[in-house]
Design a protein around this ligand. Structure first.
Ligand SMILES: [Zn+2]
Length: 226
């Protein structure tokens, strides 16, 4: 007798495995929009359309208060992240470190391909990626404005201070996540295991380091769903 196969109920089915791992081209994705030149110093970079809409509202409000917000990095897919990662992996600067020690050093600021929130079209770097600019330099006032107002537009600092137990990347005052990333992270945790983190130099250390537990989930508590 033939039995009818019911499709298994899928959690977070809106986000495919390929999407979660960054294995797609944002330029050809209907959920993504090109960031207009008024909001970025780069050309040809994309965000999820809802995140871009909220960023534009935030940008306009900041400008009224005298602060300029410019996106310097947005969606980066797997191949782009692989280029960044392997450039560092093969850099003489890291050559004295072997295996997982080299991966951990690079992980201070750079994600392994397949584990970056920049894959998702919700995360942006604003104005500079130099910590000193935000701590004591030209971006100090911008940062204060973002801390006071960004959540009103659906944006949160992802990698906050590690003093209170956050694990993973060092603090990044330039990296802000749109709220949709909360449900994307739930889908990621439901679907992606360390075996899926593969296809680049050093990927074999992902499980040993617990990249998903400590880094992908090493985010500010405001960005975690209850
Ligand atoms: Zn970033």
């Amino acid at each position: 007798m033939l039995s009818v196969q019911q499709p298994a109920p899928e959690t977070d089915s809106a986000y495919s495995t390929e999407f979660l791992l960054g294995k797609f081209d944002p330029a050809g994705n209907p959920d993504f929009s090109l960031i207009p030149g008024d909001y970025t110093s780069k050309s040809g970079i994309y965000l999820k359309s809802n995140a871009l809409k909220d960023f534009i509202r935030m940008h306009d409000a900041a400008l009224k208060d005298g602060h300029r917000l410019s996106i310097i990095s947005a969606t980066r897919n797997f191949n782009y992240q692989k280029h960044i990662w392997e450039r560092k992996w093969n850099d003489d600067k890291f050559a004295h470190l072997k295996g997982s020690a080299r991966a951990r050093e690079i992980l201070n600021y750079s994600a392994m391909p397949g584990t970056s929130r920049h894959h998702w079209g919700t995360d942006i770097d604003i104005n500079s990626v130099n910590p000193a600019d935000f701590d004591s330099g030209s971006q100090q006032k911008v940062y204060q404005w973002l801390c006071a107002h960004a959540s009103g537009y659906g944006f949160y600092q992802t990698y906050t201070s590690k003093l209170h137990g956050r694990t993973g990347y060092e603090e990044e005052k330039w990296h802000w996540s749109h709220k949709e990333a909360c449900s994307i992270l739930s889908a990621y945790n439901a679907k992606i295991g360390h075996a899926a983190i593969t296809g680049f130099s050093g990927s074999e250390y992902a499980g040993e380091i617990d990249v998903i537990g400590l880094y992908v989930n090493g985010i500010d508590s405001a960005m975690k769903l209850p």
